[in-house]
Design a protein around this ligand. Structure first.
Ligand code: XIL
Length: 345
């Protein structure tokens, strides 16, 4: 008996093996925790409300969330002065209950604007001065509403074209290039602790877009404008090469003092799905996370939906799909398992 007690005491005294914390994580939340980042997903609010299995997986796997559509201008102010915060609130409440940080998406964009706004600008009933007031009120109202509840905001989304010129949105054409500095300042005033991002697609590899975006950031910094991060959307497809220089691009932005986030990763394929395509997809996801972890200030790795049951890809890219980590039945695909093997170098 005595020796048994001694043996037990010895076992208890053996320190927790050092490699234990590096064992294969059981899910994405644990993977994220082990690597000191947050792994997030875009959220379809209708599914969050009505599908128990969707909600369960979201809340188990992810420690960061982004509203896929619920915080866009057309969603929160479909009619002038009529605010509909229900869906956005539901996301923020669910996040608080499940220890998830929130990315606000998005304050200023050229898409998914309410019709009252675009028509008013088009037919001249909203002039430039009024448009500027409308934009300031929108940014201030929305950021203030979620003050302290949103870790990071996509303040401007997709403001640069693929050829490196500035996008001719209603914002640029009516307010001039200074609108970008204005919206960052307004957002900062409304929530001084929120991290303010510039966000774009193809920024993983497109040289003209990268150079212009870097100069926008430097310009803002030179004017003392509060900008804290750059978001790489990361809408990839396996029919294109993996953006092999992505880690270096991240480093160039990090060298300016910005934090980095992968904000909308998905990896689509031309259908039908084959085991080979799923293996390539797994490799792209694995490399994307590896690239993020290679940069110290990459804080967040968010996928644009976690299940093929709810993905924007089939609706937007003809003949393509299967872009997510889990299939339509929420079964993990090879890409999910590949992520779990990634470790910080
Ligand atoms: C997409 C949503 O996923 C779709 O449901 C919606 O119909 C259109 O917008 N870049 C972005 C996201 O910044 O807001 C877009 O989301 C995908 C591309």
């Amino acid at each position: 008996m005595k020796s048994l007690i001694i043996a037990l005491a010895l076992v208890a005294a053996v320190p927790f093996p050092a490699h234990a914390e590096h064992r294969t994580p059981r899910d994405l939340r644990e993977l994220a925790y082990q690597n000191g980042i947050r792994i997030g997903s875009a959220v379809d609010i209708a599914a969050l409300r009505s599908e128990d299995d969707y909600r369960k997986v979201l809340n188990r796997e992810f420690s960061h969330v982004t509203a896929e559509n619920a915080m866009k201008w057309e969603s929160v102010e479909p009619e002038r002065g009529v605010f509909t915060w229900g869906d956005a609130d539901a996301l923020v409440d669910n996040a608080r209950r499940n220890n998830q940080k929130v990315r606000g998406h998005t304050l200023v964009w050229h898409n998914q604007l309410p019709a009252w706004l675009t028509t008013g600008v088009e037919n001249g009933t909203i002039d430039a001065a009024e448009l500027r007031d409308i934009l300031r009120d929108h940014v201030t109202t929305q950021v203030r509403r979620y003050k302290g509840k949103i870790r990071a905001w996509d303040v401007v989304n997709e403001v640069v074209n693929d050829d490196g010129t500035m996008r001719q949105s209603i914002w640029l054409t009516h307010l001039g290039p200074g609108y970008i500095a204005d919206v960052f300042r307004w957002a900062h005033r409304a929530d001084p602790h929120a991290k303010l991002y510039i966000n774009d697609y193809n920024l993983e590899w497109n040289a003209p877009k990268i150079e212009t975006t870097l100069s926008i950031v430097k310009d803002l910094q030179a004017q003392g404008v509060p900008i804290h991060g750059v978001g790489f959307q990361g809408h990839l497809g396996i029919q294109y090469d993996y953006p092999g220089d992505w880690a270096n691009v991240m480093k160039r932005f990090a060298d300016l003092g910005l934090e980095i986030a992968v904000t909308e990763l998905d990896v689509r394929m031309v259908l039908p799905v084959t085991p080979e395509k799923l293996a390539t997809q797994a490799d792209y996801y694995r490399r994307a996370l590896t690239d993020c972890l290679s940069v110290k200030v990459c804080r967040e790795f968010t996928v644009w939906g976690f299940t093929d049951r709810h993905s924007w890809v089939p609706g937007w890219f003809d003949g393509e799909g299967a872009a997510c980590l889990l299939d339509e039945n929420l079964a993990p695909k090879p890409a999910y398992h590949a992520l779990l093997t990634v470790k910080k170098a």
